[in-house]
Design a protein around this ligand. Structure first.
Ligand code: PGA
Length: 249
């Protein structure tokens, strides 16, 4: 049985003071939510405030990216040991906004994932098709290419520490959520790829989250699908009441 993972991705929103206020509201709403692992991925500079605010709760803190080397002359980068050192436990890797605006490749996704694992962080690795790929019937091929270009090159031991987020690019920030059927088809396809590469047992254990315009009112329908093991939530995670109602769907 896969435990649900409900992760919020704050993207480039909130300052340190807003971070503390968020947790004051959010934590009481999820104290009884033992059905899911709950993660908030905050901007780098807010991670210490988030870790302090969430201390002693069931909520864990993550980052939204990580560089693949441990230290060195790489101006502006942040490493896995730095993140682990301030109490981050998770990290989003390969988000479509990173792929689109910062030219992130599958190779970079692989290197970041390996670096995260070496630092003891749990990666949430994102993949998903673009609108033109879906419309052209190329969804499965796009997912296959992303999987084989990055994740499939992890060892089995590394892969078992990874959660995957299926995030169709056309659904992110657009208000167009994938239907439970569309998400289920993509998750099945991904699980099939995992099974071919790592075997049935690993495929059955791997958590595949859905992400893309997740809102409280349709979370129940998505989570009713046995293929969907949680959600990666952007916009709707910025408000503590709205994210708590997603967590508690
Ligand atoms: P959204 O973002 O929920 O605002 O669509 C999801 C994501 O980018 O992870």
């Amino acid at each position: 049985m896969r435990k649900l993972l409900m992760a919020g991705n704050w993207k480039m929103y909130k300052a340190a003071g807003e971070t503390t206020a968020y947790f004051e509201k959010f934590l009481p709403l999820v104290t009884a939510s033992s059905h899911a692992d709950i993660v908030i991925c905050a901007p780098y500079v807010n991670i210490p405030a988030a870790v302090a605010a969430a201390a002693g709760s069931r909520v864990e803190i993550g980052a939204q990216n990580v560089f693949w080397l441990q230290e060195g002359a790489y101006t502006g980068e942040i490493s896995g040991p730095m993140l682990a050192g301030v109490g981050a436990r998770w990290v989003i890797i390969g988000h479509s906004e990173r792929r689109q605006y910062f030219h992130e490749t599958d190779e970079a996704v692989l290197k970041r994932t390996q670096a995260a694992l070496e630092s003891g962080l749990r990666p949430i690795v994102c993949l998903g098709e673009r609108l033109e790929e879906r419309e052209g019937g190329g969804t499965e091929e796009a997912l296959r290419a992303q999987f084989h270009g990055g994740l499939a090159r992890l060892s089995e031991q590394q892969f078992t520490r990874v959660a995957i987020a299926y995030e169709p690019v056309w659904a992110i920030g657009t208000g167009k959520t994938a239907t439970p059927e569309i998400a289920t088809d993509a998750h099945r396809h991904l699980r099939g790829l995992i099974e071919t590469r790592y075997g049935k047992q690993v495929a059955a254990q791997t958590r595949i989250l859905y992400g893309g315009s997740v809102k409280a009112d349709h979370t129940k329908g998505l989570m009713a699908q046995t293929e969907i093991d949680g959600a990666l939530v952007g916009g709707a995670s910025l408000d503590p009441v709205s994210f708590a109602s997603i967590v508690n769907f």
